[in-house]
Design a protein around this ligand. Structure first.
Ligand SMILES: [Zn+2]
Length: 332
C-alpha cells in the first residue's frame, strides 16, 4: 500500500515566498478591513512519507475571508514550472490572516479535489498574525478521501529549514517592504469585531464597550471565566444533536472571548463549522453559549474532549480558560 504523507519540510525559499505574498495583502500598515486572503500553488518533491516544498507560486487573492482555486486550467503551466525545477506539484497554500489554522468547508472541498488530481497533495494554511517563537505560522493538512473516520482531515508535521526565530524572520520579511510595526501592535479588538462581522460566520456583539467609556474599576479589574459543557437533550446514535459550551464571567473585569472550537473526534462527527470563530464581550456576570451540532458515531457513551478557550482582557493580554472533558450518554 502507498504511504500516507506524514510530514512536510518547507525550504527557506518556499517559506519566504508564501509569507511575502501573504504579507502583501494582510499587513500591519494596511487597514484591517482591507486584508485579503491569498492563494497559490506548491511545488516540491515526494519521498515516501515526506514532502519537501521547494517553491511557492502565488496565484490570486480573494475576499477577506474567502479564497478558492477556481481556475484549474492553469495546471499545465504550473506543472511546466515545476518540471524546470525538477519538482512536481505537491499542493496549494492559502492564508487565513488572523483566523488561525483549520480547513473551512470550502477548503476541504478544494483539498479533496487536489487529492483527486494529485494523490499526495497537501494544503498549507498560513497566518502571520499567529507567529511566535513556538509557532511557525503554517499548518498543513490532508483530507480523508473516504468518509469512514468521523473526521474530515488530519494535520501533518511541519518543519521549516531556517535558523532564525520565527518572529525575527517575520519582522525581516515585513522590513523588506518597509513595514516596521508588528501585527500585535495593530490588531485591536474593535478591528477584530469588524473583520469577524465581515466573515459572517458568527456575528459579534456589535455594541463593544470603548475603552474610554469604562469605569476605572473595570479597566483595572480582571475577569474570572468558567467554561463547561452543557447537554440540552439526550444524544442519539447517528442522529444530529446539540451540545453547548457555556462560558461565564464572575470577575469584575471584561473578557473578550475570541474563539471557541470543538475538535472532531472518533466518538462523533462534527456537523457545525470547526472552529466557530466568535468574539463576545463578557462583562461582570454575563454568559455566552456556543452551540455545536454533532452526530454520535456510537451508542452507550461518548467523550467530549477537554478544551482551552482563549480570551483577551481589556489590555489585550491573552489568557485561556479550561473546559473539562465530559463523558456523555448516547441513547439508541
Ligand atoms: Zn481557508
Amino acid at each position: 500500500m502507498k504511504d500516507m504523507i506524514q510530514s512536510v519540510i518547507i525550504t527557506q525559499e518556499a517559506y519566504n515566498g508564501m509569507f511575502r505574498y501573504v504579507i502583501e495583502f494582510a499587513n500591519p500598515n494596511r487597514p484591517y478591513r482591507f486584508w485579503r486572503e491569498v492563494i497559490g500553488w506548491l511545488v516540491g518533491t515526494v519521498d515516501e512519507e515526506t514532502i519537501t516544498v521547494i517553491k511557492a507560486i502565488p496565484m490570486t487573492s480573494g475576499s477577506s475571508i474567502f479564497v478558492e482555486i477556481s481556475d484549474y486550467t492553469i495546471i499545465p503551466k504550473i506543472a511546466e514550472e515545476a518540471e524546470k525545477l525538477n519538482t512536481v506539484i505537491v499542493g496549494w497554500f492559502h492564508s487565513h490572516p488572523s483566523f488561525g489554522f483549520f480547513l473551512s468547508s470550502v477548503d476541504i472541498r478544494t483539498q479533496r479535489y487536489q487529492q483527486s488530481l494529485f494523490d499526495d497533495a497537501i494544503a498549507l494554511v498560513c497566518d502571520p498574525t499567529k507567529i511566535s517563537t513556538i509557532e511557525l505560522g503554517i499548518h498543513g493538512y490532508q483530507v480523508y478521501m473516504e468518509h469512514i473516520r468521523g473526521r474530515e482531515y488530519r494535520e501533518l508535521d511541519i518543519s521549516v529549514d531556517m535558523k532564525e526565530l520565527y518572529p525575527e524572520k517575520l519582522s525581516g520579511l515585513l522590513a523588506e517592504v518597509g513595514i516596521l510595526t508588528s501585527y500585535s501592535d495593530v490588531i485591536a479588538y474593535e478591528d477584530l469585531a469588524e473583520l469577524y462581522a465581515l466573515e459572517g460566520i458568527s456575528p459579534p456583539h456589535l455594541a463593544m464597550t470603548k475603552i474610554g467609556e469604562l469605569l476605572a474599576s473595570e479597566k483595572n479589574a480582571l475577569p474570572n471565566l468558567k467554561a463547561e459543557y452543557v447537554i440540552l437533550q439526550p444524544l442519539q446514535r447517528k442522529k444530529e444533536g446539540y451540545i453547548q459550551i457555556k462560558i461565564s464571567n464572575s470577575g469584575e473585569g471584561i473578557a473578550f472571548v475570541v474563539d471557541v472550537a470543538l475538535p472532531p473526534t472518533y466518538d462523533y462527527k462534527l456537523i457545525s463549522m470547526y472552529p466557530r470563530r466568535i468574539i463576545d464581550q463578557l462583562n461582570y456576570e454575563s454568559t455566552v453559549i456556543e452551540t455545536f451540532k454533532i452526530k454520535p458515531t456510537k451508542e452507550g457513551e461518548i467523550f467530549l474532549p477537554s478544551l482551552s478557550i482563549y480570551y483577551r482582557t481589556i489590555d489585550q493580554s491573552k489568557y485561556q480558560v479550561h473546559v473539562q472533558g465530559k463523558t456523555v450518554k448516547v441513547v439508541k
